[in-house]
Design a protein around this ligand. Structure first.
Ligand code: SUG
Length: 419
């Protein structure tokens, strides 16, 4: 009998991590454009978060960084690193695959006729992310290559934007039981693009074989996108029977809540009112980009939050009151992922949730404390200490980044992922 548990697969922050301001509608990315980035520190922060979550008793996996700069992508554009315009060069360098919540949409086996389905996200709205999927797909096919338990799907074709699990939530009584799946799409975002398209969400639900009676398609509010919630996971998060959401997350919240309650009556909807936490504070603090997790042994639920949430007074006051009540969320765990946060990626962006039996996953992608120590050693020895925007045209940096990644792949016996 297989034992299905939620495994969080974190994207290891790659050696090319930098701040190029590439994401229109992502306030942190725009604000920090041109700053010096610290890839080594960034990766160590991500590893520390994984250690923290393992210490809570949670199952943990990881994905390798992709090959950057992506010279093959530049070649398809009849360009190379040296001759590319600065924004295209930066797009080829992006370490954005660290945000594993955008790797794929995942429907666990109990929702999808006994097999876990994963559709790699096309990420077509942002040029620097549009070339991620091929490397991600190769990795998903390896990690979840056991076709008895998993089915890994190709991306939804353009022009239908798909951003993966960042726009998808699941409610269930327990992870190993069947649940309902909520697909959140955008139509308009004022000055900013709506990255997730309804056509893509519906196509994913169909190809995963989900029961339409167990799916909800909810429009993200235009106001939220315009305020900087470029993904739904910046304003809402779900775990088991709990939906934790900002009041202004959905375009028509009452209709969404009514449909959710009809399809999953056990739901506990926690709505954070705008007069206690403004949309602006929610986006700045990334309160909803917490990992909402179930602690083992009946410990209730915990929010693994960015330290920015603790440092924001209205947000922290709200959270203190929340855990003082008798609800499901009982513990707050701030973690430092500031390097990722400065590009708009909080704790939840850095991970992809997959409900599976860890025994059925390629063991090379399953974390242990020893393996995280090994990864940290490779990072400490090889990841660039800092990258400034002008460094991207330095050929020595390309070499350092490529060989750093190869060293990590070799250390984890994953060299077959090289190119
Ligand atoms: O797609 N930032 C990412 C952040 C993704 C966060 N993920 C989730 N919400 N799940 C993005 O906007 C910034 C890169 C730069 O500007 O260099 C970036 O791609």
């Amino acid at each position: 009998m297989s034992k299905l548990v939620e495994i969080n697969f974190d994207g290891i922050i790659g050696p090319s991590h930098n701040y190029a301001g590439l994401s229109l509608g992502n306030i942190a990315s725009a604000t920090n454009a041109g700053e010096v980035a610290y890839p080594r520190e960034a990766a160590l922060q991500g590893i520390a978060k994984m250690r923290h979550n393992m210490d809570l008793g949670l199952a943990q996996g990881f994905f390798m960084p992709l090959d950057r700069p992506n010279t093959r992508w530049l070649e398809t554009l009849a360009s190379d690193v040296e001759s590319a315009e600065p924004h295209m060069r930066a797009a080829s360098y992006s370490a954005s695959s660290m945000w594993a919540a955008n790797a794929a949409t995942v429907s666990p086996a109990p929702d999808a006729h006994g097999k876990c389905h994963l559709t790699v996200a096309n990420l077509q709205t942002m040029p620097h992310r549009s070339h991620e999927w091929a490397g991600t797909l190769a990795q998903l096919k390896l990690t979840f290559g056991n076709s008895k338990y998993f089915s890994v799907h190709d991306p939804i074709p353009s022009p239908f934007g798909d951003e993966g699990a960042a726009n998808h939530m699941r409610l269930c009584n327990a992870h190993d039981q069947s649940g309902i799946e909520i697909f959140v799409y955008g139509k308009t975002g004022g000055p900013f693009p709506a990255r997730q398209h309804l056509e893509a969400s519906k196509a994913v639900a169909r190809s995963h074989g989900l029961n339409p009676e167990r799916c909800v398609f909810a429009q993200q509010s235009e106001t939220a996108i315009a305020a900087g919630a470029f993904h739904n996971d910046v304003v809402a998060v779900a775990n088991e029977q709990v939906l934790f959401t900002h009041e202004l997350a959905f375009e028509d919240p009452d209709t969404v809540y009514t449909e959710i309650r009809a399809k999953f009556p056990e739901v506990e909807i926690i709505i954070v009112p705008a007069d206690q936490v403004t949309l602006e504070d929610a986006i700045k603090s990334y309160l909803f980009n917490a990992q909402l997790v179930t602690l083992p042994d009946g410990g209730g639920m915990a929010l693994i939050l960015p330290t920015e949430s603790r440092d924001n007074q209205p947000v922290w006051t709200y959270l203190q009151n929340l855990i003082a009540g008798n609800g499901s969320i009982r513990k707050l765990c701030p973690v430092d992922v500031r390097q990722s946060m400065a590009n708009g990626g909080g704790p939840a962006c850095l991970r992809l949730r997959v409900v599976a039996d860890p025994e059925t996953v390629d063991p090379r992608f399953v974390a242990s404390h020893d393996k995280l120590d090994l990864i940290a050693t490779v990072v400490e020895q090889n990841w660039p200490e800092h990258i400034a925007p002008n460094d991207l045209s330095n050929p020595a940096l390309i070499e350092q980044i490529q060989s750093a990644r190869k060293d990590l792949l070799s250390a984890l016996n994953l060299i077959e992922l090289d190119r």
